[in-house]
Write a protein that binds this ligand. Structure first.
Ligand code: IMP
Length: 409
C-alpha cells in the first residue's frame, strides 16, 4: 500500500446541466477530471457537444467523456448511452489525430449500449424537425430500445450485427418509401461504413458496470458526466420539446448500472439562459439583449452550429430542477458574458398570467479572467449571493472565461 493511500477518502461527483444544455459542463468536467480516476457518460449520445479549451486548443466532444484529456483517467461510455459507431469511430480518430491518446486501456464502451444506426439518423431527419432535434438519430434509437427492436453493441462481439442491421434497414426502408415517399440512403455504402466502424470499436467494448463496481471497490475517485440539461429531461422537461433520455440524476443509476452516493452533486448553471431547438422559453429575449448575449457568449450549437436562443436566468424554473437532482453545489458559468449590460435580470416567480416576474440587478464591468471571488465587482457578487440564497445551495465555482484557468474556485 502506498503511504497515505489508506487514509484517502475517494470522492464521487456528478455534474449535470441545470438548464437546457450548453451550460459549460465539458469545461467543469475537464477541471474535475484532473482528480478523477474514472469518468462516466451514462445517457444521451452524439447529440451532446462538450467544449473544452485546454493548452491553447479547443476540443469538442460528442460521445467521448471529457476525461480523455487526462491520460490517467479511465473513460466509460455506459449502457444508458446510445452509440453511433460511425460517429464514435470518427471522434476517436479525430482525437487521436489531435494527439489525445485513446486506447482500450483508457476507454470502455458498454456491450449493452444501444446503437444509433444510419437508419435512425435518417428517420430523425424526417421526423425531428418540429422538435428541432440535433438530427443525430437519438430519438429513433431510444425508440427502438424501448420497442425491443434495437441493436446493442454486443452484436459486434457475437457477430450478429450485419444480420440485425440488414433487417432493421429493410424495415426502415419500407417505412420511408411507403409512408414518407422518400428514398432511403444507399444500403451498401452505409453497411460498409457501419462494419468498418464496428471493427474499430470492437476492442473497446466490455462490461462497463463491472468496471464501475471495480473502481468503487478499489476506492477510486469517480466522476459522472451528464449530457444535455435537466429541462430537456424526457419526463420532467417541456415534453415533447425534450431529448429522448432522462437527463436528471436517476439516469446515472439506470444508465450506469451501479448505485453510488454522490458526494458532490453539481449543478452547472449559466448566468443567463440559452436553448437550441424548439419549445417554451419564458425568459427568452428575442431582442437586442438576446443578440448581445449570443455575441458575447458565442452562443452557437457545438453539435449543429445553430444559433442558440438567449434570455435571462430563470431561477423560478430552477427550484423543481434542484429538488429533482438534490444538488449540493452550483457552478455558475459565463458570468463574464453579462459584463457591460446596464441592468441584469433573473426570473424569481410568475405573475397571474404565468409571465416571468424579474429581480433586477445593477450591471458590472469586465470580469474576464478574474480568479479571486473578492476581486469581482460588488454588483456581480450581489448577483451570485442572490442565486445562492434563492436556491439555498453554495456556489463553489464561477467561470470568468473559456480557458481552463479562467475560473474562481
Ligand atoms: P435530440 O436530443 O437530438 O433528439 O434533440 C431534442 C432537443 O434537445 C432539441 O431541442 C435539441 O436542440 C436539444 N439538445 C440535444 N442535445 C443537446 C445538447 O447537448 N445541448 C443543447 N441542446 C441539446
Amino acid at each position: 500500500m502506498i503511504p497515505g493511500e489508506e487514509t484517502r477518502k475517494p470522492i464521487s461527483a456528478i455534474v449535470l446541466g441545470a438548464q437546457w444544455g450548453d451550460e459549460g459542463k465539458g469545461r467543469v468536467v475537464d477541471i474535475l477530471a484532473a482528480d478523477s480516476e474514472v469518468v462516466v457518460r451514462y445517457q444521451g449520445g452524439a447529440n451532446a457537444g462538450h467544449t473544452v479549451f485546454a493548452d491553447g486548443n479547443k476540443y469538442v466532444f460528442h460521445l467521448l467523456p471529457s476525461g480523455v484529456l487526462h491520460p490517467e483517467a479511465l473513460n466509460i461510455i455506459a449502457h444508458g448511452c446510445v452509440v453511433d459507431p460511425i460517429a464514435l469511430a470518427r471522434e476517436i480518430k479525430g482525437a487521436s489525430d489531435a494527439g489525445i491518446l485513446i486506447s482500450p486501456k483508457n476507454l470502455i464502451i458498454s456491450a449493452g449500449a444501444h446503437m444509433v444506426t444510419p437508419a435512425h439518423r435518417f428517420m430523425d431527419s424526417l421526423l425531428g424537425g418540429h422538435i428541432g432535434t440535433t438530427g443525430r438519430g437519438i430519438g429513433p434509437a431510444y425508440s427502438d430500445r424501448a420497442q425491443r427492436t434495437g441493436i446493442r453493441l454486443s452484436s459486434i462481439l457475437d457477430g450478429s450485427l450485419r444480420r440485425l442491421w440488414g433487417a432493421q434497414a429493410l424495415h426502415y426502408r419500407r417505412v420511408t418509401e411507403r409512408l414518407h415517399e422518400k428514398e432511403f440512403p444507399d444500403l451498401d455504402a452505409q453497411t460498409n461504413l457501419m462494419m468498418a466502424a464496428a471493427k474499430l470499436l470492437q476492442p473497446y467494448i466490455g462490461d462497463t458496470a463491472a468496471a464501475i463496481r471495480s473502481a468503487i471497490w478499489r476506492g477510486k475517485n469517480i466522476l459522472y458526466e451528464g449530457a444535455q440539461g435537466a429541462l430537456l429531461d424526457l419526463d420532467q422537461g417541456s415534453y415533447p420539446y425534450v431529448t429522448s433520455s432522462n437527463t436528471t440524476i436517476g439516469s446515472a443509476y439506470s444508465g450506469g448500472g451501479v448505485f453510488l452516493e454522490f458526494d458532490r452533486r453539481i449543478a452547472v448553471m449559466k448566468a443567463y439562459a440559452t436553448r437550441v431547438g424548439n419549445g417554451p422559453f419564458p425568459t427568452e429575449q428575442n431582442n437586442e439583449t438576446g443578440e448581445f448575449l449570443r455575441g458575447r457568449g458565442k452562443e452557437f450549437g457545438a453539435t449543429t452550429g445553430r444559433p442558440r436562443r438567449c434570455g435571462w436566468l430563470d431561477l423560478h424554473m430552477m427550484k423543481p430542477v434542484f429538488a429533482a437532482n438534490g444538488f449540493n453545489e452550483i457552478v455558475l458559468t459565463k458570468i463574464d458574458c453579462l459584463a457591460g449590460l446596464d441592468k441584469i435580470f433573473a426570473a424569481v416567480g410568475r405573475d397571474d398570467e404565468g409571465k416571468p416576474v424579474y429581480q433586477a440587478f445593477a450591471g458590472w464591468g469586465d470580469v474576464a479572467g478574474t480568479r479571486l471571488y473578492g476581486k469581482l465587482p460588488a454588483e456581480c457578487r450581489k448577483f451570485v449571493e442572490f442565486i445562492k440564497d434563492y436556491l439555498r445551495v453554495d456556489v463553489t465555482m464561477i467561470s470568468t472565461g473559456p480557458r481552463r484557468e479562467q475560473i474562481i474556485l
